[in-house]
Design a protein around this ligand. Structure first.
Ligand code: SF4
Ligand code: SF4
Length: 67
């Protein structure tokens, strides 16, 4: 199964990964990270197809995708 990890304290909450996920798996967390942003997180793990678009879109290299 696909696994998507977030180095969440690097996230600036831009939402690019959320917008570009073709399966709409991602969303913003309710909590704030060390930078004061609500970081992106996995919301629907079961729908993730490990395409890694999210990781490629992220300008801050927050995301890694494992198959
Ligand atoms: S790997 Fe693909 S399907 Fe999974 S969260 Fe990232 S963009 Fe969405
Ligand atoms: S693209 Fe990167 S910096 Fe932007 S919300 Fe997603 S994980 Fe955070």
């Amino acid at each position: 199964m696909a696994k998507v990890t977030f180095n969440e304290d690097l996230c600036k909450g831009c939402g690019l990964c959320i917008d570009f996920c073709p399966k709409k798996c991602l969303g913003f967390a309710e909590h704030f990270n060390a930078k004061g942003y609500k970081p992106a997180e996995m919301k629907k793990q079961e729908d993730c197809i490990a395409c890694a678009f999210c990781a490629r879109m992220c300008p801050d290299v927050v995301i890694e995708v494992y198959k």
